[in-house]
Design a protein. Structure first.
Length: 347
């Protein structure tokens, strides 16, 4: 029964991301090609919204249930808007326009391997000091209704600034909010739900990145994804490399840097480079950069590096200094949250 609730919660989250992506695409007048791209767009928007909402509330020591209620309300707005748009489009679409494309066989193989890997990650339980710290912070926030006010080793009350790394990258508080909203125990959220949700979501993002690399050849995109999943499956030769982190320690946040946040920012950066004159592409990049800050402080650096490299290349290629300004604006979230982190640490 609990496994059913976990899978149902994941499906509902993807549905919410789909409708949010529909809303964002409509507002920015961007036509996404398929369901996966809409889910990725909505996921980035939802994460960015949570990042902006949660950080000041954590500093103000607002109870966890308040963040949960506000998150549900705010994330429901684009979701409901996207649902209404979907209903209208479905009614206006002619029957002959509704067609199911024949899937490329390699995508079916990739789907089996990805879902299988995510399912195994739900069963396998990795336990170490990092895991104990993450689960204790999530459990404390969900059950005591206080966010990041406990010492991570001794458990006594401390100022929020003592956990400043978790404050500016509040992925653990997202897990606590999800626990309160779904009624699932925080440990199950971390060890069971998050691996399944994040591993599959990461390959949604990698698929979108593949469509940027191979625009007119879906079969090549499929082999690109197959190559990546095989690397993850055979590359876990150490407990400290990225492949092991991705498959076994996804719920800790930092495992998503190389599998989800960097590909997400790179995907939007390539789109901005391809359509350098379209402001909406840079808005999507800004949303992706802000969303990347949720998972780990490392994203403050990696996202800036991706944006800086793409912006410099695009500026030189297009010979338009205004592109440089757009790139700088897209780095603002990383600069702000990184500045807060650096300021608190140095004080």
């Amino acid at each position: 029964m609990m496994l059913f609730r976990v899978i149902l919660t994941c499906i509902l989250l993807w549905i919410q991301c789909y409708f949010s992506g529909k809303s964002i695409s409509k507002l920015l007048s961007i036509r996404e090609k398929n369901v996966v791209q809409l889910i990725v767009t909505g996921m980035a928007g939802s994460l960015a919204l949570f990042q902006i909402l949660s950080v000041p509330l954590i500093f103000l020591r607002v109870p966890t249930h308040v963040l949960t209620i506000l998150s549900i309300i705010l994330l429901s707005v684009p979701g409901v808007h996207g649902f209404i748009l979907t209903i209208k489009e479905f009614k206006n679409r002619k029957k002959e326009e509704i067609a199911i494309k024949k899937p490329v066989w390699v995508f079916l193989l990739v789907a089996i391997l990805v879902v299988g890997s995510a399912s195994l990650s739900m069963i396998y339980e990795h336990e170490d000091w990092d895991d104990a710290e993450v689960v204790s912070l999530v459990t404390a926030a969900a059950q005591t209704d206080e966010m990041l006010t406990q010492h991570r080793e001794l458990g006594h009350e401390v100022p929020v600034t003592a956990n400043i790394k978790r404050v500016v990258s509040p992925f653990q508080m997202a897990e606590a909010v999800l626990s309160q909203a779904s009624g699932i125990h925080p440990a199950i959220i971390c060890h069971t739900l998050m691996p399944f949700l994040l591993i599959i979501s990461a390959f949604f993002v990698l698929y979108c990145l593949g469509t940027e690399f191979f625009r007119d050849d879906p079969e090549k995109c499929g082999f690109f994804l197959l190559f990546l999943i095989l690397i993850y499956l055979v590359g876990s030769y150490s407990t400290r490399n990225g492949q092991y982190f991705f498959l076994v320690r996804a719920w800790q946040g930092k495992a998503m840097i190389q599998a989800l946040t960097v590909p997400m920012v790179l995907h939007r950066m390539l789109g901005a480079m391809h359509y350098a004159g379209e402001r909406r592409r840079w808005i999507l990049l800004l949303i992706a950069v802000c969303a990347s800050c949720v998972f780990s402080n490392t994203a403050f650096l990696t996202s800036v590096l991706v944006v800086a490299a793409g912006t410099i290349v695009s500026t030189i290629r297009e010979r338009r200094p205004s592109i440089l300004l757009k790139g700088v604006i897209c780095c603002i979230p990383c600069v702000v949250y990184g500045g807060i982190l650096a300021g608190v640490v140095m004080l």
